[in-house]
Design a protein around this ligand. Structure first.
Ligand code: HSE
Length: 371
């Protein structure tokens, strides 16, 4: 029976992974062993099975006995443990939600509804590292992967509206603290129905810039504002998040002649759904109906939302999509720019297809490959 090590199952992505695995009854047919970076010997998660106490996530002798390691612990842990394991001769499968090994030549970025062929070929060729992609990239490909699959895309410009969860659990908490702080500071003005909107605006602005405004984690106000920079700067003026759009999309699809992808990535005050407005130049002038069919038939989860105000506002927002596996795409139309220019808008739960779900599915694919 395969031995599967789980590391980082308690954090935000790890918890979503555990919930999804329990919901899908995934804990059978192998021996699950849980690791910890801080609570060795304590009890593991409730998964409906008897499991041994937690083991040390830095102990490579022990981890080295696993056939598969699934980790949501983060890049620092991967950078510490993974090279030591391989140096020690470990030949198992490494399935990782963090970005540490993503761009290595001996890694495949996993998003099986989009690149199952790439994953299966990799497994046959002896690839052992399968890494979850950047959430924005994965959600974009879940939404419009059909157009790439049909070789219709000349280039893409993606303008993103990324949720606080992409920055981390502490950031989600701070966003709500910021909202609460603004609410409290404005309450006496809200209590008076006669307060002028501009007076309220002045109070909110003063609050954003006030001494006690909670911004230790983000560094800046996000509530009642937005942050048009995500991750580290690159030398060419892009942010690292923007750089990933091009690098990772082309790696996921293993496209020989890379497709240009660029845009501006922006943090907004949604909790856990990333949204993106896409502009695409297509290689062919196809009718919108045909394009819509290609988008909608690409996988089980993509869902085309008709381009009406009611459907859009009812079904194409973070409030409507949070906690759901469906990836809606709407606002699909040709642009004034010309017949080959398409625009659309997509929303997806950043913690599901953007993080935990590709990892969960890759574990199943690997177990099938081993059986
Ligand atoms: N880097 C993404 C973000 C999340 O900051 O929203 C992880 O893929």
């Amino acid at each position: 029976m395969a031995r599967v090590a789980f590391i980082g199952w308690r954090g935000m992505v790890g918890s979503v992974l555990m919930d999804r695995m329990i919901a899908e009854k995934d804990f059978h047919g192998y021996e699950p062993i849980f690791y910890t970076t801080s609570q060795v010997g304590q009890k593991g998660p409730e998964i409906g099975l008897d499991i041994p106490p937690l083991l040390d996530a830095y102990d490579i002798t022990d981890l080295g006995q696993a056939d598969i390691i699934v980790t949501c612990q983060g890049s620092d842990h991967t950078k510490d443990v993974y090279p030591r394991l391989r140096k020690d001769g470990w030949k198992g499968y490494w399935i990782d939600a963090s970005s540490a090994l993503r761009m290595q030549d001996d890694s495949i970025i996993i998003l099986d509804p989009v690149n199952k062929d790439v994953i299966e070929k990799g497994l046959r060729q002896g690839i052992k590292n399968f890494i979850g992609g950047n959430c924005t990239v994965s959600l974009m490909l879940m939404a419009v992967g059909g157009l790439f699959r049909h070789n219709l895309v000349k280039w893409v410009s993606s303008m993103t509206y990324q949720a606080a969860s992409g920055a981390g659990a502490k950031n989600m908490r701070e966003l709500v603290e910021q909202m609460a702080f603004i609410g409290q500071a404005s309450q006496n003005l809200l209590d008076n129905p006669a307060t002028a909107a501009l007076e309220l605006d002045t109070r909110v602005l003063e609050t954003l810039h006030s001494e006690g405004f909670p911004k230790e984690v983000f560094g800046y106000p996000l509530a009642a504002s937005l942050l048009p920079w995500i991750d580290a700067p690159m030398e060419n003026g892009q942010s690292r998040e923007e750089w990933k759009g091009f690098a990772e999309t082309n790696k996921i699809l293993q496209i020989k002649k890379p497709i240009p992808i660029d845009g501006i990535c922006v943090r907004v005050s949604s909790m856990r759904c990333h949204s993106q407005g896409l502009t695409m130049k297509l290689k062919k002038d196809l009718p919108v109906d045909e394009i819509t069919e290609i988008i909608g038939n690409a996988n089980e989860w993509v869902k085309v939302i008709p381009n009406s105000k009611e459907e859009t506002l009812g079904h194409l927002t973070p409030a409507a999509v949070t906690g759901r596996l469906e990836v809606p795409v709407g606002r699909i139309r040709k642009m004034n720019l010309g017949e080959k220019y398409l625009t659309c808008f997509t929303v997806g739960d950043q913690l599901l297809w953007g993080a935990a779900e590709p990892i969960r599915r890759m574990l199943k694919i690997t177990l099938e490959h081993l059986s």
